[in-house]
Design a protein around this ligand. Structure first.
Ligand SMILES: CC(C)(COP(=O)(O)OP(=O)(O)OC[C@H]1O[C@@H](n2cnc3c(N)ncnc32)[C@H](O)[C@@H]1OP(=O)(O)O)[C@@H](O)C(=O)NCCC(=O)NCCS
Length: 180
């Protein structure tokens, strides 16, 4: 079981009893703004939860999609680190609307960067997001990531094309700001 506790939040493996809160936070139209129709479907939350729980049982484990939990016990969202190839991990974060603009996303992604570089020893962590998702891009930049590239019009959903931006941070760049 993985559990990362910070002053502000707890990151822990998902459990089936998170389902109703996870469904509720994913069902908000603004939350779904940059998600495809398929990713926004009501049954998607249950499918994802099943995937996250199976990934948590894999050995060796490569995918850590964790529940972000408030001190009150409320589920705030999900934040994940996935080893995609040796030394390279992707990161992603999604929070319920009431937790946007609270610093929670920053606490969760900061904690997962530390987990990736220190505990898993990865060399590079990257994020891919729809280029119009300014909140996600700002979040990645706030934790030290830089834009690496953009794939123009590489996705198609909601009746139009979308571009994808990749941001990343290398271990040496992260260590320069985390000398301990
Ligand atoms: C991505 C996410 C976790 C970021 O959470 P957050 O950091 O709390 O986001 P905020 O709403 O506080 O926005 C972060 C920053 O982006 C800015 N921003 C938000 N929307 C913006 C827009 N349309 N244009 C310009 N800036 C925007 C905010 O002003 C804020 O800037 P600041 O830090 O200088 O104040 C959250 O937006 C989310 O869960 N979204 C839904 C799921 C999602 O799209 N996840 C990303 C998948 S790749």
């Amino acid at each position: 079981m993985t559990s990362i506790s910070t002053k502000e939040i707890l990151l822990r493996d998902f459990r089936w009893d998170d389902l109703s809160q996870y469904q509720t936070l994913r069902s908000d139209p603004k939350f779904q703004r940059f998600y495809s129709e398929e990713d926004s479907a009501p049954e998607k939350a249950e499918e994802l939860l099943g995937i996250f729980i199976s990934q948590s049982r894999e050995a060796p484990r490569t995918k850590y999609q964790l529940a972000v939990v408030a001190g009150s016990g409320d589920l705030m969202g999900s934040c994940g680190l996935r080893i995609e190839s040796p030394g390279h991990a992707s990161i992603g974060c999604e929070l319920g609307r009431r937790w946007h603009r609270t610093g929670t996303a920053r606490f969760a992604t900061d904690a997962l960067l530390t987990f990736g570089f220190v505990e898993l020893g990865v060399q590079r962590i990257f994020a891919e997001t729809i280029s119009e998702n300014k909140a996600a891009i700002k979040l990645c930049q706030s934790i030290g990531m830089s834009i690496e590239s953009e794939r123009v019009n590489d996705r198609c959903f909601k009746g139009r094309t979308w571009s994808t931006t990749t941001l990343a941070i290398r271990r040496d760049e992260w260590q320069a700001n985390h000398p301990q």
